[in-house]
Write a protein that binds this ligand. Structure first.
Ligand SMILES: Cc1ncc(COP(=O)(O)O)c(C=O)c1O
Length: 432
């Protein structure tokens, strides 16, 4: 199957229908943040680190502020404030369900983040499940599986489909394919519709790590025929500690309760009777209601804005950033599938003569620019892209051995931020 076939499909995430009722792009908090740079001057902060955690959208902050006066217990009280807070929590579930285009009978479980969501699913896999996962994944999607087959980074999208096909064909028993929708290292979009198709042909299920997709593109789980998606609020302009796992109920209804305690049980006597509805079963204890309200408010705000406007602005800025960096001698952008492959607003690069940490520190200390440096919790993938080897010295996510710099954009990013980064890197290179 060619790259073109995979990405021209009407079922790819970028083939989103424009919203009929588009509103202006909302503002983010902290757009006027000033930070100190060398010499003691204050400059406007150029936040180019959205892929790590995005700033809070104003409508998200407003929704949380509005919910606070009636803040009370969830699922536990007869009082009016408890009922109201419970209703808001359950409404948030509906909003998240609609946001990812889930099927009516899918579960929506609030988690802490994507890592929490993938681990939750890992604990619910039927006995003997084999997981197939590419070495390009973030550790959140690479590591939680008990029996995993790891596939090498594919040379082109069709190769990803072919490799998954071959791996799944060789597995007996229950199987799960895990794949990211948009890489947190290169921003590149993966052929998730084609991979879902292949998974289902082999009787497997597919989990899509949508942490880096949902802030940038519309995702429709039903249209793409995905079984599960996981994502984080803090990357979706809702930094209040909630994420979600959305997908098919059966494995979740039978899996070991994620946390054992109040809320997850129907009754406790000699025997414990657990809920078999996945939501209460896996959400024991007092839930993060403000996180859920924030997440839902972000979903609402993005939907109301409409993806056409968001994608257009992001593509303009990312094209400018990439061509600016490409014009600088010694700067190399990391890419798995080449310059023309569709991607979200994430660019990782190296600068000859500097370590990634030196670049990131100079950008912050001298120019007021925030970027990420390291291996982005995707050690095997970054190693592959840089052609470095792993080993005992490989260190943690922020280790500087064989690392890169990552700039990422989203709502609130400006042309001035992008141009400042390009000129700062040019300046650094000229001083070498
Ligand atoms: C693609 C991807 N998956 C998973 C994660 C983990 O997200 P969290 O730290 O919110 O659990 C990240 C975070 O960077 C990511 O980029």
């Amino acid at each position: 199957m060619s790259t073109l076939t995979i990405f021209s499909s009407a079922r790819t995430p970028e083939a989103a229908a424009p919203s009929a009722t588009s509103r202006p792009i909302p503002a983010v908090l902290g757009a006027d943040l000033e930070v100190p740079v060398k010499g003691g001057r204050l400059v406007g902060y150029a936040n180019l680190d959205y892929a790590a955690s995005a700033p809070c959208l104003e409508p998200v902050s407003a929704a949380v502020t509005a919910a606070l006066p009636a803040y009370s217990s969830v699922h536990r009280g007869a009082g009016y404030a408890s009922q109201l807070t419970t209703a808001r929590y359950e409404q948030a579930r509906h909003t998240v369900r609609a946001f990812v285009g889930a099927r009516p009978d899918d579960s929506v479980i609030f988690t802490r983040n994507t890592t929490d969501a993938t681990n939750l699913l890992a604990g619910c896999l039927p006995e003997g499940t084999t997981t197939v996962v590419f070495d390009t994944e973030h550790h959140a999607s690479l590591l939680p599986w008990r029996h995993a087959v790891r596939l090498a980074p594919p040379a082109f999208p069709g190769e990803a489909v072919r490799a998954a096909d071959e791996a799944l064909a060789a597995i007996e028993g229950p199987k799960l394919l895990v794949v990211t929708a948009a890489s947190n290292v290169t921003g590149e979009l993966w052929p998730i519709a084609a991979l879902a198709h292949i998974a289902h042909r082999h009787g497997a299920r597919i989990l899509v790590d949508a942490a880096q997709l949902v802030p940038h593109r519309r995702l429709n789980l039903t249209a793409l025929d995905l079984d599960y998606v996981a994502f984080s609020g803090h990357k979706l302009y809702a930094p209040f500690g909630a994420g979600a796992l959305v997908g098919r109920r059966d494995w979740l209804a039978e899996g070991e309760p994620y946390l054992k305690g109040g809320g997850a049980v129907r009754s406790v006597g000699e025997r414990v009777e657990w809920h078999d509805d996945p939501e209460p079963r896996h959400e024991a204890g007092t839930p993060n209601v403000l996180g859920a309200i924030a997440l839902a408010a972000a979903c609402d705000a993005l939907t109301a804005t409409g993806w056409t406007a968001l994608v257009r602005e992001e593509e303009r800025l990312i094209a400018r950033l990439r061509s600016g960096l490409a014009s600088i001698d010694g700067v190399r952008e990391l890419s798995l599938w080449g310059d023309d492959h569709p991607r979200v607003g994430i660019v990782s690069f190296t600068v000859a003569g500097y370590s990634a940490r030196e670049v990131a520190e100079a950008l912050s200390g001298e120019y007021g620019i925030g970027v990420r440096d390291g291996k982005f919790c995707a050690h095997p993938f970054v190693r592959h892209l840089l052609g470095t080897s792993g080993g005992a010295s490989d260190g943690d996510c922020a280790d500087d051995t064989g690392s890169a710099v990552r700039a990422s954009i989203g709502i609130g990013s400006t042309q001035e931020h992008v141009d400042r980064l390009i000129e700062a890197v040019r300046d650094l290179v000229s001083r070498r």
